[in-house]
Design a protein around this ligand. Structure first.
Ligand SMILES: [Zn+2]
Length: 284
């Protein structure tokens, strides 16, 4: 069902009725009719938009609905800013203990794209908002059993290391619906929930939205603003890296959250180039 066509049809009916009513006493008849039509129009539209929200959550934001990938980064334009509605939430778990935060893990030299919350094996994990299950899969060396849900507010949430999945792809869920049981599947040490919040595939810190220790959201809304693109600036140490002895391109890329390919491109070098301690590499 295409909402745009329906919207046009509803407006067309309104126009026809308005024209009919305007035959005799234009000013007298038209005003109440307009008001009435506007009311019907908005009630119908509200209902249709709600249905659409369930069928294709955040349709205006996402170019497609696909069950083929967990996250996609191509063909996606992240808006400069987006007001994300957090009302109607449900905490995915009632557990409050954060065991690992979002961000770069120097020890493992890799990004941690989610928040880890301690759960016991078999604890119920719940959908954070109303939405539609987009992806359900198993990754032996990664997420284990995991579920991705897309929500009308634009976010996608991911729940990993589940011992059991309780939803199927394309299933519509309400906030608070059980979607799986907590566990330790995949690359995980100790039972926990690995929870991600993504906007158009881009991982955002779940702590921006969810306050697990207090079992609450951070506000009724969260205003996402796209970070300004960083550019290389010799006066800004965040934008370059000084090579230390023992460094390799792979190690630097991992530590700085970039790729070897990017480093080579930006610095006009190849993977065979020998790095000298003290050498400055552009990161942006
Ligand atoms: Zn994790």
């Amino acid at each position: 069902m295409n909402i745009r066509i329906i919207r046009h049809a509803v407006l067309a009916v309104a126009v026809v009725l308005t024209v009919q009513a305007s035959g005799q006493d234009v000013l007298a008849a038209q005003a109440p009719m307009d008001r009435q039509m506007a009311k019907i129009d908005s009630v119908v539209l509200d209902r249709l938009l709600k249905i659409e929200d369930y069928e294709y959550p955040a349709q205006d934001l996402y170019p497609e609905w696909s069950n083929e990938y967990a996250h996609k980064y191509t063909n996606v334009v992240i808006p400069d800013s987006l007001l994300i509605d957090l009302t109607g939430f449900c905490m995915p778990t009632e557990n409050t203990k954060i065991t690992d935060i979002f961000g770069y893990r120097p020890r493992r030299r890799r990004m941690h794209y989610g928040l880890d919350v301690k759960v016991q094996r078999g604890d119920t994990i719940r959908a954070a908002f109303d939405g539609k299950v987009r992806y359900v899969s198993y990754q032996r060396r990664g997420y284990g059993n995991y579920v991705v849900i897309r929500h009308p507010n634009g976010l996608e949430t991911l729940y990993a290391h589940l011992t059991k999945k309780m939803v199927d792809e394309n299933e519509v869920v309400k906030a608070g619906d059980p979607i799986g049981l907590g566990g330790n599947t995949g690359r995980s040490t100790g039972t926990h929930l690995h929870f991600e919040t993504r906007l158009l595939g881009k991982a955002l810190n779940p702590a921006l939205f969810f306050d697990f220790p207090n079992q609450d959201v951070t506000g009724d809304t969260y205003l996402y603003t796209k970070p300004k693109k960083k550019v290389y600036d010799p006066s800004d140490p965040d934008t370059y890296y000084k090579v230390r002895s023992g460094d390799s391109l792979g190690r630097i890329a991992a530590r700085k959250g970039t790729t070897v390919k990017n480093l080579c491109k930006l610095n006009g070098i190849t993977t065979k180039t020998i790095l000298r301690p003290g050498q400055v590499l552009r990161l942006y």
